[in-house]
Write a protein that binds this ligand. Structure first.
Ligand SMILES: *Cc1c(COP(=O)(O)O)cnc(C)c1O
Length: 218
């Protein structure tokens, strides 16, 4: 069930960030409640669940964000149904999107900011190189960076992780004339307050919106 109190709390914290309600844990009832509450930016991380919700809510005005790891073989069936991709992390995926998408797709480059070998994402030191390889693709419009901080109650570590994205933005500003890669997709239930403080433009929030008593760290 959508926790209206938590949603209100979250909305009061927003300055001008886009709030993406991650619906991966919940069903159609919660999607309806979100839409009724005026939240139209929704995020899914699995192709199958995304396609189910996409079909169910086809008539509604939803901006769909795909936020999870995307296998190249699944691109064909979903890529023309999404509005934003937050997980562009390899050339083979960029190539497949270039082939299958019918108009430019706004994309975030996913960066492994927690430096976790079990997580997806580009290594920070490879991001500029990667961008230069795909910047002329017609169907890919890189608008920013996405990262997931380590799940910890250590605020210093969370800040250090998010700082990697800020540093990348600065690097791009220095290296690229009229740089437009400027959006920061960072901040989840556990760390959105820090993300807002540090300049996030897109928050991806799941569990906090639905839990009766939120047991995260903040
Ligand atoms: C699940 C998920 C979120 C939301 O996580 P919560 O901690 O439930 O807010 C955000 N981003 C990605 C990529 C996710 O997979």
């Amino acid at each position: 069930m959508l926790n209206k109190k938590n949603l209100n709390h979250l909305e009061r914290k927003l300055t001008d960030q886009v709030l993406i309600a991650v619906t991966k844990y919940v069903g159609n009832e919660e999607v309806r409640s979100l839409l009724a509450a005026g939240i139209n930016d929704l995020g899914e991380n699995r192709v199958k669940n995304f396609l189910e919700k996409y079909e169910t809510f086809k008539a509604d005005d939803i901006t769909w964000h795909f936020i999870g790891h995307l296998q190249s073989k699944k691109v064909k069936k979903m890529i023309n149904k999404i509005d934003f991709l937050h997980s562009l992390d390899r050339i083979s995926l960029a190539d497949e999107i270039e082939k299958r998408r019918n108009k430019p797709l706004p994309c975030f480059l996913e960066v492994n900011i927690a430096n976790d070998p079990n997580k997806y994402g580009l290594k920070p030191e490879n991001v500029l190189d990667f961008y230069n390889k795909i910047k002329d693709y017609d169907k890919i419009n890189v608008i920013g960076f996405m990262g997931m901080a380590k799940h910890t109650d250590n605020l210093a570590i969370i800040k250090e992780n998010f700082q990697v994205l800020l540093d990348l933005k600065n690097l791009f500003d220095q290296k690229i004339k009229d740089n437009k890669v400027s959006k920061l997709s960072m901040g989840m239930s556990n760390d959105f307050e820090i993300a807002i403080e540090m300049g996030a433009t897109h928050l991806r929030i799941g569990s906090f919106l639905y839990e009766e008593e939120y047991n995260g760290f903040i």
